[in-house]
Write a protein that binds this ligand. Structure first.
Ligand code: NAD
Length: 496
């Protein structure tokens, strides 16, 4: 029987009242396992009222209390990592080892945010004028919302909520309706860690809930991660309503292989980064660009690895790649192989012909060679296990491809030439760059974000940029009364 997945408001599970709900599947079996309530604008209103009251209290909590709760939350996440990973596997489909990796990366954000006493330090300038000091302080923005994608149901919410809460805000999460249970799992851990009710809230839903969040005057800031068209909508609508918005979008990440690269290492990296999590990562490599005469060797080395990949149910310890998120998405991804064929690409591996588990939303891995920038397999974000190879003659041609691409999330170069790698780092227009590292997701004490259509807004997510996004700076100019020097002076204040 499908379980009911509700909201989490004021420290308790709250059943939806809108009468609208959506199905949640186990992608490995194709069976519906849950039904998630979809919030109406009135339910979003309730959530904001609870969060607003909680935010007023929470901003008064001492930095040491916040750090203590963050430490406790981090310990609970660590303790329950396998259980949470199992929740991820059951609704997202990714294999358990990958789900554990997701939890581990999310946990790093809790570790970073536990350093909040240090992160919120302001600055102080003594004696800017006679007896006058100036200092800056960082204050929370109030109630903030996070709207997250299906592909990282724990890590992306953790990117946002750990820092937002540490900075003294109340956080409302609207997770993906495709795999919402991880959000409720996190809610219970926050409560067990001692976070006051209302500081972490979950409203489930679809566009209706999102639009209510974007228009709500009680929400000061919105963090979004998802596809580019929705990111653009979130950014434009949220900012029109006077909110701070950071909206991370889609990607088409290129990996350039120079002629001097270690071909075996490059092939290992390409296969891992293209097909891990069935290609449903915003940092997945979806295009390999070979430079000069290395193309055949790279394609052969990638192709040689594909028959050995083990595709299966995520809970099978031998499986390396699980199913896709939904039947519709699997079919869309599969249709790109035909698109590639009709546009003139060479099909080296066709995932539709793979030997796959009978049930569920599985698709094998595809490799398309001789792809050109005009083909839809190149221009579209496929978000599945389809890797394209584009052949470039020169380094300049390869970099031009990356720089002309609509997206600018991650990119990588494989080479043994330090000078070439440094030049690439200088030239390339993307937010995250790997040098012989195919998935350069920054550690928690840097910040994550792309360029171009991969990010709308001017702050990246988590790390120092996260602290910046979730706080407002106030600068105080102060003088203590000294009756001996006090006079009337109508001139403009000067620093002498
Ligand atoms: P999505 O854009 O369909 O959904 C993301 C969120 O927006 C969900 O919570 C969803 O309910 C909501 N949403 C969907 N359509 C909406 C609409 N029309 N109006 C308002 N809200 C809407 O994305 P997805 O399919 O869940 O996730 C995959 C996408 O996310 C890919 O494009 C991937 O590249 C991107 N992604 C980007 C990053 C990054 O850091 N840049 C990270 C992870 C995923």
């Amino acid at each position: 029987m499908a379980s009911r997945i509700s909201h989490w408001i004021d420290g308790a599970a709250v059943a939806g009242t809108s009468g609208r709900a959506g199905p949640v599947f186990n992608p490995a079996t194709g069976v519906q396992t849950g039904e998630v309530d979809f919030a109406s604008a009135a339910e979003v209103d309730l959530a904001v009222a609870s969060a607003t009251a909680a935010a007023a209290q929470w901003r008064e909590s001492s930095l040491s209390r916040r750090a203590a709760i963050l430490f406790a939350f981090r310990e609970l996440l660590h303790e329950h990592a396998t259980e949470l990973a199992e929740v991820l596997t059951s609704e997202h489909g990714k294999v358990l080892s990958d789900a554990k990796g997701e939890v581990a990366r999310g946990l790093e954000n809790a570790e970073f945010a536990a350093g909040v006493p240090n992160l919120l330090k302001g600055s102080f300038s003594e004696q800017v004028s006679g007896g006058v000091d100036v200092y800056s302080i960082r204050q929370p923005v109030g109630v903030v919302a996070g709207i997250t994608p299906f592909n990282f149901p724990a890590m992306v919410p953790l990117w946002m909520c750990t820092t937002a809460i540490a900075c003294g805000n109340a956080f409302i999460l609207k997770p993906s309706e495709k795999d919402p249970s991880a959000a409720l799992f996190l809610a219970k851990l926050w409560q067990e860690a001692g976070l006051p009710d209302g500081v972490f809230t979950v409203v489930n839903g679809d566009r209706e809930a999102v639009d209510a969040i974007l228009a709500h005057p009680g929400i000061a800031a919105v963090s979004f991660v998802g596809s580019t068209p929705v990111a653009r909508h979130i950014y434009e609508t949220g900012t029109r309503h006077g909110k701070r918005v950071q909206a991370l979008g889609g990607a088409k990440n290129h990996m350039i292989v120079l002629p001097d690269a270690d071909v075996e290492m490059a092939a290992d990296a390409a296969v891992s980064a293209a097909y891990g999590s069935a290609g449903e990562r915003c940092m997945a490599i979806s295009v390999v660009v070979t430079v000069g005469d290395v193309g055949d060797a790279v394609v052969d080395a990638i192709a040689a690895r594909l028959p050995k990949l083990r595709i299966g149910v995520g809970t099978d310890p031998d499986a390396e790649m699980g199913p896709l998120i939904t039947r519709e998405h699997r079919d869309t991804v599969a249709s790109y192989v035909d698109a590639g064929i009709s546009e003139g690409a060479t099909v080296v591996a066709d995932g539709r012909k793979a030997d796959l588990p009978e049930d569920g939303f599985f698709l094998g891995v595809s490799l398309l060679d001789h792809v050109t920038p005009q083909m839809s397999v190149y221009t579209d974000e496929i978000f599945g296990p389809v890797l394209c190879v584009v052949r470039a003659q020169t380094y300049a041609e390869a970099v031009e491809l990356v720089n002309h691409n609509e997206y600018g999330n991650g990119t990588a170069i494989f080479t043994r030439d330090g000078g070439a790698a440094r030049q690439f780092e200088f030239d390339v227009q993307a937010g995250m760059v790997g040098i012989n590292v195919p998935i350069p997701v920054p550690v928690a004490y840097y910040s994550f974000g792309g360029w171009k259509a991969s990010l709308f807004g001017d702050t990246h997510m988590y790390g120092p940029d996260g602290v910046h996004f979730y706080t407002r700076t106030k600068v105080v100019t102060s003088r203590w009364p000294d009756p001996a020097t006090s006079t009337v002076d109508l001139g403009f204040p000067q620093t002498r």
